[in-house]
Design a protein around this ligand. Structure first.
Ligand code: GLC
Length: 699
């Protein structure tokens, strides 16, 4: 049926503004701004979309209010935060990024869409693609880490996975546009202030990738960039997003963000706030009612025009049409739903692929068959709700598999004792029982880290240390001298110098999702050979933050023999673990790159599995421009490739680069390609010592 002809002309101003208003259906979530009951607003055409609502019955009832109850019968769309799974929860995005596997990122998004669609959700406020380089910021957990190339691949894969072909799946909202991850001092919602060059090179690329992949919506960030709130940032939201990139989808404000323009100090009243947001191209006011309460006055003042309102309304109607809601508002049988067993299997696979084996002294892992007594110790050993992380939609902790449950299922013949030892953040502790259990065991599995909600939104930390008295637990257990396998649960890089020193093996588990325990057991027993790599640089100490692999050179590079060089007097410059770090039960070697600099620049390198067991690793291709008009980063990731090699298998990995891949914003912020020598570095992480290098002449 498509959009009924002449619909716009039939709409009253109130009905037009209704299409620009999104209300929350879950008062528990929304707090004071929630309307008494969204039903009246929908029936009266004053709300055109809902969030925080799911369930077939509930969403169909809401849709009936719009389609059969309102004057013009314009269908609603229902949005939800489906970030890493809907009911079956996948690893948090920062964990899934560690797989460096776009096909997996797409697969989990497809499963999440199938579950969401079955619950009547039409659009997800996802993917969250904010580049994050400060682990104090809790939302580093929700994105793909520090690198724009990884972030761009993640963005495109998630848009493809959620939306499916021809929007057969659900709409996506790439968020939070832009630079939100650079919040001052890592403090949530704080101002951001980075150079135009950094905005262009680091923070914008994932959003451009999402637009090119066809994202249906964009959500501006709560934050300001150099004093301008993103919700009112006309130059980026209109100038770049719509005019330069040709984005023709819908811009949905973040929660109450238009009204908050007054708190930002750029709007004197709601009419001002509404005008600023509308003129910046924000189409939908999420749960702020600023458009409902401010646009009529702004029209009267002449600060907005009816044409501007109509343009926004049309973009919303087109979105609803693209979602098929005019043709079939109830979207029955919308998308096929794989069996629960299949969806759990995907979650288990993704969980295992996201784990990063950070160290494995003496090849303690995989667990030796000779181990007959295990002590599973720590506050996260039998945790379930923590395993699904933040932003877990309709996921339930009770449905998650704890590490202890996973280990018991995988090791029926092993005597496993479990002691919490201490809480995640609590002061109580029973180190004596933990020590006794360790002493009686052949090996200790120490499960430590953060609680799920110590990261995510409104969860910045001033310390990256293990919370509570977990550090003491590590000391007490390691004093027994027993072999220790540490399982680290976190939504961010945490500073763990003592754990690194005391644990023989360290598996970074992040928050692995509903199948956590089985995924972890698959890796610990060797059923799965770990292949995850860090999508973020891991600091030794908070004092190093921000620390990334792509720092620009300094005029005084560190030289131990020289005092006046770039260094700390109390710490190495190097991180605890480099960007891309990740071990395997196999070992791999990488050849020098072979470069052919024709019209297309091809780089080939041979990766060999030097072990007798199949394994997965990721080959990274970095470049460096040693002399340019603007100082270029010491390493710039250009491409990556996750590969699985059989025993002793050697494979040539081929990367193809175009001249335009070496463009960067020059002094005048114009994208330029400057001829000259370019260094190429390939390796299994950004750690300089293991990179293999070559050069070519860029013409
Ligand atoms: C939140 C988040 C945003 C989310 C929205 C709706 O405050 O910033 O990511 O999509 O509100 O829940």
């Amino acid at each position: 049926m498509a959009i009924p002809a002449d619909l716009l002309n039939k709409m009253t101003l109130e009905e037009k503004i209704g299409q620009l208003t999104m209300a929350s259906a879950n008062q528990a979530v929304t707090g004071p701004v929630a309307p008494s009951d969204f039903s009246n607003s929908v029936r009266e055409g004053r709300v055109g979309s809902l969030l925080n609502l799911w369930g077939r019955e509930e969403t169909q009832r809401a849709q009936r209010l719009a389609v059969e109850g309102s004057r013009l019968g314009i269908p609603l769309f229902v949005g939800a935060d489906v970030i890493h799974g809907f009911e079956t929860i996948h690893p948090i995005p920062l964990a899934e990024a560690a797989a460096f596997e776009p096909a997996l990122w797409e697969e989990t998004a497809r499963d999440a869409t199938a579950e969401s669609a079955a619950a009547g959700v039409h659009l997800t406020f996802s993917p969250m693609i904010d580049i994050a380089r400060d682990p104090r910021w809790g939302r580093i957990a929700e994105g793909a880490g520090e690198d724009p190339v990884v972030g761009s691949a993640f963005a495109a894969a998630k848009v493809r996975g959620f939306q499916g072909k021809g929007l057969a799946g659900m709409g996506t909202t790439a968020k939070h546009f832009v630079v939100y991850g650079a919040a001052a001092a890592g403090r949530e919602y704080a101002e951001t202030d980075v150079s135009q060059r950094t905005v262009a090179e680091i923070y914008l690329p994932p959003f451009r990738a999402a637009v090119e992949a066809g994202t249906t919506a964009i959500m501006p960030a709560f934050s300001t960039l150099a004093g301008i709130p993103m919700t009112a940032h006309r130059q980026l939201l209109v100038g770049v997003l719509r005019e330069q990139w040709g984005f023709d989808g819908v811009v949905i404000s973040d929660y109450n963000a238009i009204t908050e323009l007054m708190k930002h100090g750029v709007a004197a009243d709601l009419a001002d706030a509404a005008m600023l947001a509308l003129r910046a191209g924000v189409d939908i006011d999420m749960m702020g009612f600023a458009y409902e309460r401010g646009l009529p006055e702004a029209l009267k003042r002449g600060t907005v025009t009816m044409a501007e309102i109509d343009a926004a309304v049309m973009r919303v109607l087109v979105l609803k049409d693209r979602l098929g809601l005019f043709d079939d508002p109830y979207r029955n049988g919308w998308t096929p739903l794989p069996s629960l067993a299949e969806r759990r299997a995907t979650a288990r696979k993704a969980g295992a692929r996201s784990l990063v084996l950070a160290q494995n002294r003496g090849d303690l892992l995989p667990l030796s068959p000779g181990i007959k007594r295990l002590a599973v110790i720590g506050p996260l050993a039998d945790a379930r709700a923590e395993m699904i992380g933040s932003w877990s939609a309709a996921g339930k902790g009770d449905d998650a598999v704890s590490p202890l449950t996973g280990l018991r299922a995988a090791l029926p013949g092993v005597e496993i004792t479990h002691v919490e030892g201490t809480g995640i953040a609590s002061g109580e502790a029973d180190f004596a029982t933990a020590v006794a259990a360790a002493r009686a065991a052949d090996c200790v599995i120490l499960c430590v880290g953060e609680a799920a909600l110590m990261s995510g939104e409104a969860a910045s930390r001033t310390s990256l240390d293990l919370p509570g008295r977990q550090g003491e637990l590590v000391e007490a257990v390691s004093a027994t001298g027993k072999p220790i396998i540490a399982l680290l649960f976190c939504g961010r890089p945490v500073t763990i110098p003592s754990l690194v020193e005391k644990a023989d093996a360290l598996l970074i588990c992040w928050f692995p999702g509903s199948e956590a325990g089985h995924a972890i057991a698959d890796v610990l027993t060797g059923k799965v050979n770990p292949g995850g790599h860090l999508p973020v640089t891991w600091p030794r100490d908070l004092g190093q933050v921000p620390i990334t692999y792509d720092a620009r050179p300094t005029g005084r590079p560190k030289n131990p023999a020289e005092k006046y060089t770039s260094k700390y007097i109390d710490s190495p410059n190097s991180p605890q673990f480099a960007f891309g770090h990740g071990l395997s039960y196999s070992s791999f070697s990488v050849s020098d790159p072979r470069i052919d600099a024709g019209r297309t620049i091809t780089v080939e390198a041979d990766v060999t599995n030097e072990s007798d067991r199949e394994g997965t690793t990721t080959l990274f291709l970095f470049s460096h421009d040693p002399v340019a008009s603007v100082s270029r980063p010491l390493l710039e990731l250009k491409q990556f490739s996750s590969i699985t090699l059989g025993p002793r298998e050697k494979r040539t990995v081929r990367f193809e680069l175009q001249r335009s891949d070496f463009a960067f914003p020059d002094e005048a912020m114009q994208m330029a390609v400057e001829p000259g020598e370019i260094e190429i570095h390939v390796g299994l992480s950004a750690a300089r010592a293991q990179l293999r290098s070559g050069t070519f002449k860029l013409v």
